[in-house]
Design a protein around this ligand. Structure first.
Ligand code: ADP
Ligand code: ZN
Ligand code: ZN
Length: 803
């Protein structure tokens, strides 16, 4: 093959196509689809993905490929096709789709280097630059001292200096040095005799290798022999020792022990759910299963046993779990069953660790990946099963381009590999449950907890009533009493503060003024540390004012309930209780999440207080009380899924109580106790909730009855943003069928973000033949505007957050 078609690393409409390059003779037979190459592009060099090889090209002056960026393909045939499909169905650039499938560490870094041009006379260059060059090699533009910038720019204009682009991968392999003897022990002993007496370090090192002739890590050697490195260097020079660089994996679980577990004999209910899965596995057929099972019904055990079968057949498995439930407990269950065959991918790992886990998969050293959303792109070639646990979690939808849903990708890959896909949840999305009702998915139901423990009893407390009775605290009397009761009994409690859409804002009690972000039109959040107000969307922060900027009153204070504030109140109300607080502040440092959970598991605290991050996956035997401080915070967000999300969260968090011997109780505090999401969650009644919510969705034309598309337009100028949105609405009305509803344009729920005004319009549709085409044309129409006037157009198919 003489030519390669390449997708280059420029995410833009004009470059979102294949560019042909000539394959130089030296690379003939080497270059394959899925490999990244470095190609000339305009005046620059860029990386790009080879997507196909061919013998003909229509291009007249085709340029040759400059070099190889990867020694092997990084995307296999399936993933290349998947990338094309993603770019079609989510309306993203091909390059964006391809890059989304690789770990961030493999992204390209373009380094600008300053070099003398070929015609430059070195002696003509200014002194300071000459000395910089003399110190060694080219200068990197990024590291250039600011004092030299102006001079360098001038010399570039004069043609004495030029900028070169070097292309590098962000992350390097981790290499370690091993040292080993080059001579057999007998000869080492001889050498020992010949060394001069004063070379006692060298003698010590040789003696070491006489005693242990195997290769050893240089660091280990210098640990056992202080100051050995100079001696080692000398011995290498003499040809007695040699060193070699060996690549090792960064293993985030290196120091952990995972005691082996064996498959448990399944209960009858589990067996009934397992059978249809085994049947599909045996037939090598694709099928999507919705495994609807209450918390603790043994879904994970079913996953483990299905995976075991797949691995025994020499195939691979992908398990997705939501980021926040990728707790050590969950990872442990997989590592304990499958040991080193497991790779783990989640955001808690460093980018180097993720890179290494990815390469374990790529090299087939790992057969099973347990990971968050992007693990769905694991470069396996023979997938036997794909599992998505907690399938209702919104984190499976990526909120930036490519705006894909992991479930859709899972089903795509499941079809490709002809293998089952299991979606598991105690509270499935309405979309999935509706599909299971229609027979598109196969429903598997688990109604009972494995140990037959009843689901916990749930009490709903009306906080309005509390206020009327003079209780102004954040804790109802019921919750307070139950907390102190648990403390007496030595049992543990979990308190959930749902902060989504709810923050500790600052308000003036005199005039009602709320302090907002000048850039984002949302209230600022109070941070006690440093007495600051911060914006959660942009980087803006300011000091907490002592007087109201509107009316000058001193009665300005923060409102709402942050976890810190609850912790303080807890300390005041129940000073003897030991509290662990888990929120973004206490868990931002690496490893803290795990540390805090371990401490709670070891009963070093009585109460675990936290945000949504504690709602799932945790399994502690002594937790017998779960309190939800305010169930309404999510209920009133401007989002049609708010009722569903509230139901899911309450159900999940209730599932944390009484999982073992001790029975559990749940207290839900709310200002709207009559709402069906709260009522039905307290009864653990998903099916009634499903029917009730479906009625609402039907009457308001929401999913699953209709599909949604959200188009958001933003621009620094509000009028421009509004005008464009208006025009888009008209265009769509013209191009889509009468069945489609086009809502808006309206100002976005967050009307201003990072100094850009945001407008949106929403499309509700059932079937639209021309949909993708119309949307693509829309993009093309505004392409020029977008590149020239700072207009941004965002199209989200099946959006999960409307905010
Ligand atoms: P889910 O994933 O549905 O929440 P799990 O698989 O975590 O449920 O099971 C809940 C608990 O029951 C776990 O402690 C698990 O080890 C245990 N378990 C699961 N299946 C069985 C079984 N067949 N026999 C005994 N214990 C089981
Ligand atoms: Zn005021
Ligand atoms: Zn802001």
């Amino acid at each position: 093959m003489r030519y390669a078609s390449v997708v280059v690393d420029v995410p833009a409409k004009g470059t979102d196509k294949l560019f042909d390059y000539e394959i130089p003779n030296k690379f003939a037979g080497v270059i394959q689809p899925g490999m990244r190459v470095i190609v000339p592009f305009g005046s620059r060099k860029l990386t790009g993905f080879v997507v196909q090889l061919k013998n003909e090209t229509d291009i007249d002056s085709v340029k040759p490929i400059h070099s190889l960026f990867d020694p092997e393909p990084v995307l296999n045939h399936e993933l290349l096709e998947l990338g094309a499909w993603l770019s079609e169905t989510t309306l993203c650039y091909k390059i964006t789709a391809f890059q989304a499938m690789l770990p961030a560490a493999m992204k390209t870094r373009y380094i600008k280097e300053i070099k003398p041009s070929s015609s430059a006379q070195l002696e003509d260059l200014p002194e300071e630059i000459r000395t910089a060059f003399e110190k060694g090699g080219p200068l990197s533009w990024e590291d250039l001292p600011s004092s030299l910038v102006a001079v360098v720019q001038k010399e570039i204009r004069n043609g004495n200096l030029q900028i070169d682009y070097r292309v590098e991968q962000k992350q390097k392999k981790r290499l370690v040095k091993y040292v080993k003897p080059l001579l057999p022990v007998r000869e080492l002993e001889e050498q020992l005799q010949h060394l001069p007496a004063r070379a006692h370090k060298q003698k010590e090192v040789i003696q070491f290798f006489i005693d242990h002739p195997n290769p050893i890590l240089l660091t280990e050697l210098t640990n056992s022999i202080q100051g050995a490195s100079i001696a080692v260097k000398a011995l290498i020079k003499k040809g007695i020792l040699t060193e070699e660089q060996v690549e090792i994996y960064r293993d985030p679980y290196e120091h952990k022990q995972f005691p082996r577990t064996k498959p448990l004999p399944l209960t009858d209910e589990q067996k009934r759910a397992m059978e249809p899965i085994l049947d599909k596995l045996n037939r090598h057929e694709h099928e999507v299963f919705l495994m609807y099972g209450v918390t603790g019904s043994g879904k994970t055990e079913i996953y483990l046993q299905a995976i075991e079968k797949v691995l025994n057949e020499g195939k691979e498995a992908i398990v997705l779990v939501p980021e926040i439930s990728l707790t050590p407990q969950m990872v442990q269950r997989f590592k304990s069953r499958f040991g080193s065959q497991v790779a783990v991918l989640h955001s808690g790992l460093s980018s180097g660790e993720k890179f290494d886990e990815w390469r374990k998969i790529y090299r087939k050293e790992a057969k099973l990946v347990v990971g968050a959303r992007s693990a769905i792109f694991a470069p396996f070639q023979n997938i036997g099963i794909i599992i998505i646990d907690e399938e209702h979690e919104t984190s499976y939808k990526q909120e930036e381009s490519p705006r894909y849903h992991a479930r859709d990708v899972a089903i795509y890959r499941g079809k490709y590999h002809q293998c089952p896909v299991i979606l598991g949840s105690a509270t499935p999305t309405l979309e999935s449950f509706a599909r299971a009702q229609k027979g598109v998915y196969t429903l598997l139901t688990l109604k009972e907890r494995v140990n037959r423990r009843p689901l916990p009893e749930v009490h709903i407390v009306d906080m309005r009533e509390e206020l009327r009775n003079g209780n102004r605290s954040m804790f109802s009397r019921t919750l307070f009493e139950k907390l102190t009761d648990r403390l007496k009994k030595g049992e543990q409690s979990v308190l959930l503060l749902n902060k989504r859409g709810y923050s500790s804002f600052v308000m003036c009690r005199n005039c009602g003024h709320v302090i907002g972000c000048p850039h984002c039109d949302i209230s600022l959040t109070y941070h006690r540390h440093g007495e600051k107000l911060k914006c959660h969307y942009c980087q803006f922060e300011t000091a907490m004012p002592s007087r109201c900027p509107e009316c000058g009153s001193e009665h300005i204070r923060f409102f709402g309930t942050g976890t810190q504030r609850i912790e303080e109140e807890l300390n005041r109300l129940i000073p003897e209780a030991r509290v662990i607080r888990m929120d973004v502040d206490t868990t931002s440092r690496k490893g803290m999440h795990e540390k805090l959970l371990n401490a709670f598991g070891e009963k070093k605290a009585d109460i675990l207080l936290g945000t949504q991050m504690i709602a799932k996956g945790l399994d502690f035997p002594d937790v017998t009380l779960v309190g939800v401080l305010s169930a309404d915070t999510m209920l009133h967000l401007p989002d049609f899924r708010s009722g569903e999300k509230t139901f899911q969260l309450l159900t999940q968090v209730s599932g944390r109580a009484g999982r073992h011997e001790l029975p559990g109780e749940v207290v839900i505090q709310t200002y709207t106790p009559e709402h069906y999401s709260i009522q039905l969650a307290s009864l653990h009644d998903f099916e009634t909730f499903y029917r009730q919510e479906m009625k609402m969705r039907k009457s308001f034309a929401y999913p699953p009855y209709y599909f949604l598309i959200l188009i958001t337009v933003s621009h620094p100028n509000a009028i421009k943003a509004a005008e464009v949105t208006e025009k888009i609405g008209q265009y769509l009305k013209l191009h889509l069928s009468n069945e489609a509803q086009i809502l808006g344009p309206v100002s976005s729920p967050i009307p201003k973000m990072k100094d850009r005004y945001r407008f949106q319009c929403m499309i509700k549709y059932k079937r639209e033949k021309n949909l993708y085409n119309s949307l693509k044309l829309l993009f093309e129409h505004y392409e020029e505007d977008m590149s020239q006037t700072d207009l941004k157009l965002m199209i989200d198919l099946n959006p999960y957050t409307i905010l």
